[in-house]
Write a protein that binds this ligand. Structure first.
Ligand SMILES: [Zn+2]
Length: 300
């Protein structure tokens, strides 16, 4: 059965939603196929080999460097690979992933090394660079616009096919799990990127970890919901501050400010949570919501 390959629009017959293994849950993700361009390769090796037998894939657009979006690169060695310059050095040097997840020499590193081995991740040679606002002509009548949407990673990109108004939003994924726990993540950029996407006319949105969302109005509502998750985190974290008792990121450790429950990957989740709390600190400092006092921060 090839029911993981699903047409999105009756009018545009060469655009397909490609459903990742385990419904696109980590360590897999969904893809979008537009003629001979595939966006991301994390659907699983088995599905990607199948897809590659049915459709010729000559070009691969990578939304960002994360392993759940790029693990199938090795299967498409003959294709041309594209990524934003800010994510290029990482996908070409996967041994630096640990450092960028902030887990080097931590208990979470073994777990991650094991996962990377299981995914058979390899360095990817990049052939072309993606630029913000660039359009890539595909076939006779399709044009993919590149939208640089930093925040999740520094080089994260979304894509919009201009005729069909079908978009691939990658890890601005419209799930409850809003993630900016990389060393190269930035919460303020992330929010700006969401705003940027909200300003576009999108009729169908495919995200890395959620199926197709249809209808411009519905998509806008989903963006608002997504933003509100960040605002709730802001409030929860900010409510710990006062005007006299200085706080540091370490005071938030192991207290479920972001992860409601820690899973069997608790070691990693605690590190990720601390990095994300740091990103909220960065935002509060920039906005002058908090200020330094002694060796911590208080409300301004
Ligand atoms: Zn990601």
């Amino acid at each position: 059965m090839n029911d993981f390959i699903q047409p999105i629009s009756e009018e545009f017959k060469n655009i397909f939603f490609i459903e990742g293994a385990r419904e696109g849950k980590y360590p897999y993700s969904h893809s979008l196929l537009i003629e001979d361009f595939l966006i991301d390769t994390g659907i699983s090796s088995r599905l990607l080999r199948k897809l590659n037998r049915i459709y010729q894939i000559n070009n691969v657009l990578l939304s960002h460097w994360h392993e759940d979006h790029t693990s199938g690169n090795r299967i498409l060695r003959n294709a041309k690979f594209y990524i934003h310059p800010k994510d290029k050095f990482l996908i070409e040097n996967i041994n630096r992933f640990n450092e960028f997840y902030g887990i080097s020499n931590s208990p979470a590193q073994d777990e991650f090394d094991w996962l990377v081995e299981g995914l058979k991740l390899e360095d990817t040679k990049i052939n072309k660079i993606l630029e913000d606002n660039q359009t890539i002509k595909v076939g006779n009548d399709l044009n993919i616009k590149v939208i640089h949407t930093p925040g999740h990673t520094a080089g994260h990109c979304a894509f919009l096919e201009l005729n069909s108004k079908i978009a691939f939003l990658a890890d601005i994924d419209l799930t409850n799990f809003v993630f900016y726990a990389g060393i190269d993540s930035n919460l303020m950029d992330f929010e700006e990127s969401v705003e940027k996407l909200m300003g576009l006319h999108i009729e169908a949105a495919v995200t890395g970890h959620r199926g197709v969302i249809e209808g411009a109005k519905k998509i806008r509502q989903e963006f608002s919901k997504y933003k509100s998750i960040i605002y709730k985190r802001d409030e929860r974290i900010l409510s710990e501050f006062s005007e006299n008792a200085p706080k540091n990121v370490i005071d938030f450790k192991n207290r479920n400010f972001i992860y409601k429950y820690y899973s069997q990957f608790k070691e990693y989740e605690i590190i990720a949570e601390m990095i994300m709390i740091q990103k909220h600190f960065d935002k509060f400092i920039k906005n002058k919501t908090i200020e330094q006092k002694g060796n911590g921060y208080i409300l301004s």
